[in-house]
Design a protein around this ligand. Sequence first.
Ligand code: PCA
Length: 202
Amino acid sequence: MKVLLTGFEPFGGSPINPSIQAARAIAEMRLEGIDLSTTLLPVDRISGPTTLVLAVETFRPAAVLCLGQTMGRAALSIERVAINLLDFSIADNAGVTVTDEPIVPNGPAAYFATLPVRQMLAAVRDAGVPAELSLSAGTFLCNQVLYSLLHHLAVNGMSIPAGFIHLPALPEQVAGRTAITPSMSLDTMIAGVSAALRSIAS
Ligand code: PCA
């Protein structure tokens, strides 16, 4: 099965982003039965969504799983929904902050992720990795690329299952913080995302 797995470049002052590290490590594992292509997405409100849509049009996957990183979560968060809202609390990597704007003017308020989220949740937990279903992918780039992808697939009548998993921070991203912030090792994230991919392909 052809699967597109994406990760984001670092953002918000951190020099690393576990989402692209996990995506690249999983590509090297060559999971049986999965023809995986990985793409690095810019944290940029223009080129983030266009890079993802171009990768889908070029690779023509049978499923798309996007990864991103978020502070403050202790488990893999399998996102259920993307909303039509840009409301950045920090600037994107082009230095732009967008407040209260739609992603697609007059577009639907929201799209549900179309991957089998419950099956993925069970698979990740069975692999011994903490996971949850999440009702908000935020209002920054992660939500934007998921909404943009689901909108692109919907308006073009493409029935490709697509979804998103938010990863926690890596221990080294929170080690210097005075306020205790949850983190997870890269190996644990890789085990969880691999289990989700296997369940998508099964
Ligand atoms: N996380 C951000 C954007 C890139 C990333 O990895 C987010 O949660 O929107």
